[in-house]
Ligand binder design. Structure first.
Ligand code: AMP
Length: 432
């Protein structure tokens, strides 16, 4: 060791803002992911996949050059400017314009994968995290928006998360009020979203729009029932009521879907500056500071990339936050367990144990076997520690009768059974 350079002896830690997930945590994440996928399929959404790396342009054209600060952007060996995706929407729009637009409309797609953002890590806020993203392309606003919000709520319900708050706002009305080019709107909306009022003031001063500061700040505080929409129309004097009437109609349509607990929140501004109509967020009040489990809205992005305008509505969940929300509510997730752990009683029964193991595995039962040559009691400890359902003890006496001793590791009860009975039990019982 003496001759090794110090750097080789230092443990290597994972990069800041990233996570390792052990088997238990991974099983919970996969269980949640499976439930989200099932919900999407029940709603007629189909999965698509896009690359983790994209041309940097895809994100700067959509969100402006300022976005680079929040990205993992780099040059590849050929000198091309690339970035790790910070979300899915840009990729889906690119894919739509190159291929998906040939599919019959509406196009209902979802994706699951990791995304990367260069931000300050804290609990529930990482630099690499997994998103579940769903989009409808080419449906008129009202039916499309309602279907997307209904799916978002169904996703949480199907995971078992009950305490959710749906907040719906309208960014189109704010844009109409601002009456400046979209790039400038984007900056104002960004500071409003961050509630960074000094920066907002500066931006408005630069654009000689100082008089808008008071109504904008009043507007984002409006939250509650339909009457806040009437107040919103008054605060944004001159913009009309179209968007607000739209939100009322949307809330009615959502009631038909069984989503009757919508709060109107005109403070939902959404950081990324491509939303053009309805915007919404869903919170799990149990999560503390990072309580927002998902966000989404309606936008029209295709024209930014040279396509014909097409209405789109989408949302994204942070998988980690859905798992945290489920855990905070004590939800028991359907995590798969090992059915059988096979234990030879004595070295002479090892070959027989392997036979039993093969038969179980071939019958579709998940089964594992002692690999360390431990004694029966240590093996039962191990089987308990990995949360197996049954310990299958293969001993000489039972084996001669064509049977094994089966210990139910939940109840502690032990009985002698044929292998056929073991298989039938293991396949029938609920695995949760
Ligand atoms: P956004 O794309 O910013 O609207 O985020 C959509 C969802 O992704 C949020 O509601 C969170 O659940 C999740 N999310 C956003 N940023 C992070 C992060 N840095 N770490 C973990 N989850 C995140």
């Amino acid at each position: 060791m003496a001759g090794l350079p110090l750097a080789r002896l230092m443990p290597i830690e994972r990069p800041r803002g990233t996570n390792d997930y052990g088997p238990e945590e991974m099983a919970r994440r996969r269980a949640v992911e499976g439930l989200l996928r099932d919900a999407a399929h029940r709603f007629g959404f189909r999965e698509v996949s896009t690359p983790t790396i994209e041309h940097l342009d895809l994100f700067t054209r959509k969100s402006g050059p300022g976005i680079v600060e929040e990205l993992y952007a780099f040059k590849d060996k050929g000198g091309r400017d690339l970035a790790l995706r910070p979300e899915f929407t840009g990729s889906i729009v690119r894919f739509y314009l190159s291929e998906l637009r040939n599919l019959p409309k509406p196009i209902k797609v979802y994706s699951v994968g990791n995304v990367f953002r260069y931000e300050e890590p804290q609990k529930g806020r990482y630099r690499e995290f997994t998103q579940f993203n769903a989009e409808i392309i080419g449906a008129p606003a009202l039916p499309g928006d309602a279907e997307v919000i209904a799916l978002a709520i169904e996703c949480l319900r199907s995971v078992g998360v009950r305490e959710v708050r749906v907040r719906v706002g309208h960014i189109g009305m704010l844009r109409a009020f601002l009456r400046v080019p979209p790039e400038d709107q984007g900056k104002i909306l960004h500071w409003l979203d961050k509630r960074n009022f000094p920066a907002l003031k500066n931006e408005l001063a630069r654009l000689r729009l100082e008089t808008l500061e008071t109504p904008l700040r009043q507007y984002i505080e409006l939250k509650g029932g339909p009457d806040v929409l009437d107040t919103g129309a008054k605060v944004l004097a001159g913009v009309g009521t179209e968007g607000f009437e739209y939100l009322k109609a949307l809330a009615k349509r959502l009631e038909v879907y069984g989503v009757g607990h919508v709060t109107f929140d005109l403070g939902v501004v959404r950081g990324l500056d491509y939303y053009t109509g309805m915007v919404f967020e869903v919170d799990s009040p149990n999560l503390g500071a990072e309580k927002q489990v998902m966000g989404g809205g309606a936008y029209s992005l295709a024209e930014v990339f040279g396509g014909d305008p097409v209405p789109q509505t989408g949302f994204a969940f942070g998988l980690d936050r859905v798992v945290l929300a489920a855990e905070a509510e004590g939800v028991k997730l359907p995590v798969p367990r090992l059915d059988c752990y096979v234990i030879p009683i004595g070295e002479s029964m090892r070959a027989k144990s392997l036979e039993v193991l093969q038969l179980l595995r071939r019958a579709g039962v998940s089964a594992d076997v002692d690999l360390l040559g431990r004694g029966p009691s240590k093996n039962l400890d191990y089987a308990n520690a990995i949360h197996a359902r049954f310990g299958i003890l293969v001993g000489e006496t039972e084996s001669k009768k064509g049977r094994v001793a089966v210990k139910d590791l939940d109840s502690g009860k032990q009985e002698e059974l044929t292998l056929e009975a073991v298989i039938a039990n293991a396949l029938q019982r609920p695995k949760a």
